[in-house]
Every structure is written in structure tokens, then in C-alpha cells.
Write a protein of this length. Structure first.
Length: 186
């Protein structure tokens, strides 16, 4: 089993664990649900959606096992590339997603790799990732012909992006870099 196979298998396992936990959350009312975690802004997933996601994850896990067993070394790499592409292009699904929960196993796995799980470090990394996403989104939209003043509204509608106020701050702080890159790095 390649490292790519192991990463994809671990991701699928984390998602299955997360979906199972979300199915338990279906029993909670809205206030209890909100109190359970510090959720990102999202529409609460329905039990039907969660069951469908669970079935699809199980199907994908079986397909992964089958392909790895058959010696297909590119299947996991293809799945990883698809994940990267979906993140780069940006899913414009608004608030319709199921938040991935950090499981005890994923925390233990990170600790095993020597990564400390300090909230302030994780917050810093998440902020840096948001800034990177907003900058790459703005460069892409400007190169597609969008006007500067349209960027905050368009970007904040993308999945996993900050609200319009934070997006404006990021754009203001990085305007020179963004405009230079959007014009081909000139």
C-alpha cells in the first residue's frame, strides 16, 4: 500500500467517523447542535443527506480496497488530485456541506507524525490558508475580467472563505501583490 493509498484510506475513515457522529447530532435540537461544536457557517445536514454521504463513502472505500488489491497505484493519486482540484477551483455550494470533525484518531495520527495540536498554531495555519485562498481567488477572478470592487462579494460566496468584511481586509492588505499577479507577474 503506497503512502497515497494510506492517506486516502485515512481520509475516508475520518469522513465515515465524522458522518456517524453527525448522524448522532441529528437527534439534537438546533440550540444543542450549535452548542456541541464551534461550527463553521453551514446549513445543518439532514439525516437523508448524511445517509447518502455514508453510502457513497462506503462505496468509495470498497473501490479503493479493490483497486489497491488489483495493484492500481494511480487510483489514490487520482482521488487526491481531484480533492486538490476541488479546493483550488472552489466549490460554490455556499453553506451546503458537512463539516469534517477532528477525530481522536486524526489527533493521535498527527501527534505520531510529530505535529503538536496547539489551537493557536492551528488558528494561525487556518488564517494563513484563508489568506492564501482569498489571494488566489482574487487573482483568478481579476484575470477572468472581474472588477476589483466585485471581488469581496464574489469570493465570500465560495465555500470555506471568510465573510465579506474579512475578505475586504485581506484584499486591501495584499492589493499590490494581487494586481501584479493578475497582470501576469509583470
Amino acid at each position: 500500500m503506497t503512502r497515497s493509498d494510506k492517506r486516502v484510506a485515512a481520509t475516508l475513515k475520518n469522513w465515515l467517523t465524522s458522518i456517524d457522529q453527525h448522524l448522532k447530532f441529528c437527534e439534537l435540537d438546533d440550540d444543542e447542535y450549535q452548542a456541541k461544536r464551534n461550527w463553521p457557517k453551514h446549513q445543518r445536514p439532514t439525516p437523508e443527506l448524511l445517509e447518502l454521504a455514508r453510502k457513497r463513502l462506503i462505496t468509495l472505500a470498497k473501490k479503493l480496497e479493490s483497486e489497491v488489491g488489483a495493484g492500481n497505484r494511480s487510483f489514490s493519486q487520482s482521488l487526491e488530485l481531484m480533492r486538490v482540484l476541488a479546493n483550488m477551483v472552489g466549490r460554490e455550494s455556499g453553506e451546503r456541506f458537512i463539516p469534517l470533525l477532528e477525530t481522536d484518531e486524526s489527533i493521535a495520527e498527527a501527534a505520531e507524525k510529530g505535529q503538536k495540536r496547539h489551537p493557536e498554531r492551528r488558528d494561525f495555519v487556518m488564517r494563513q490558508e484563508l489568506i492564501r485562498l482569498v489571494i488566489s481567488d482574487s487573482i483568478r477572478f481579476l484575470s477572468w475580467g472581474r472588477d476589483w470592487h466585485e471581488l469581496p462579494e464574489v469570493i465570500c460566496r465560495l465555500d470555506g472563505r471568510p465573510n465579506e468584511t474579512i475578505t475586504r481586509r485581506i484584499l486591501k492588505a495584499n492589493r499590490d501583490v494581487i494586481e501584479k499577479e493578475a497582470m501576469g507577474g509583470a
